[in-house]
Design a protein around this ligand. Sequence first.
Ligand SMILES: NC(=O)c1ccc[n+]([C@@H]2O[C@H](COP(=O)([O-])OP(=O)(O)OC[C@H]3O[C@@H](n4cnc5c(N)ncnc54)[C@H](O)[C@@H]3O)[C@@H](O)[C@H]2O)c1
Ligand SMILES: [Zn+2]
Length: 365
Amino acid sequence: VEINLSVPGTPPRTSRIVIASGLAAELRRDLASLSQGRRLYWLWDAKVWELWKRRVTCLDWPELTPDRQILFDASEANKRLGAVEDLARRLLRAGADRLSLVVAVGGGVTGDVVGFLASIYMRGVPHVHLPTTLLAQVDSSVGGKTGVDLPEGKNLLGSFQQALAVFIDPQFLETLPVEQFSQGMAEVIKMAMLGDESLWHYLEDNRTQVWEREEQAMVHIISSSCRLKARIVEADEKESGCRRFLNLGHTVGHALERLSDYQIRHGDAVAMGMLAATRLAERLGMVSADVFQRLVGLQSRYGLPSRIDSRYSPDAMIEAFKTDKKQLAGKLHFILPTGIGSVVERHDLDMALLREVLGELQTGP
Ligand SMILES: NC(=O)c1ccc[n+]([C@@H]2O[C@H](COP(=O)([O-])OP(=O)(O)OC[C@H]3O[C@@H](n4cnc5c(N)ncnc54)[C@H](O)[C@@H]3O)[C@@H](O)[C@H]2O)c1
Ligand SMILES: [Zn+2]
């Protein structure tokens, strides 16, 4: 499957998103045609390299030689400006210049750090991403947001740089731990809820195939998610309008992540946020009660929560919304479903109702 993402500008920027199982084996040809003579530098999540080096070495990828390869600790704790500086210096020592092409291999942290580095290295070099986690394959590798964290909060330094290409090979998921797989599924369920009803049905009807990560099922859910995200990003790259729909579940989600000092994982937090958004929509008469039940059904099938963590009071959650960088001018803004496959943005939520719904979801559906 191939998806093209093109955002306006001078010149317009285009990103190719290619999804195929076993694709990594064909990378030689694809990269050669993309690089147009640029020298490649490979930046790897060291953990992914460790897991995949044997298989990758057999594939004869272009210019994957020790002098063109940089491994780094791609943990969230190392998603810092210091890591960017360190990688930049290692690229310099390896001889990378303005005419180089940087290839990132790893999950969302790798994509965000390497994408950011590429956007500023010698004022910008193109980059390619080979995402290796489900979250990166269905979400973070598409759309051009890059960046690093500050001690004060996540993704506070960053830039927009669309990858020249994203090559998505679901085979990488073979080594992904099941909890990580579930975290990615939260974003897939979110995509289905906000804009793809047939993906939602697919998730309900092909539970075993998806959960067992069967090749065809992976290609289907990844390409559906990427297609939807690409369409949204084309319409609103800088998130001034409909790109905010992608924040479904993230208002409450981010609050829970921060309150728990990031002990609650992102996908779990988003899943709890989707429960809240859907229940709110139900109470406002926007969706029927069965939508909430179906969401609970899907989330629990894919290893995600069906209630909100009860350690945090509704008031603490509401307080935490206020420090979210995505909250506009102090107003509580929420993305709410209007059915399976459609959402609206609301700025006028009644605080009392919100508090009530959050409290109710802590004692179970
Ligand atoms: N740019 C965006 O639009 C965007 C969107 C969503 C999330 N993000 C960012 O993405 C990050 C989360 O991404 P993530 O969940 O991929 O995290 P990650 O990159 O930290 O990967 C999760 C863990 O899985 C390991 N891993 C990666 N690939 C593997 C594989 N194939 N087999 C086994 N282990 C593997 C990693 O080493 C890591 O320990 C966050 O920093 C978040 O802010 C960015
Ligand atoms: Zn998310």
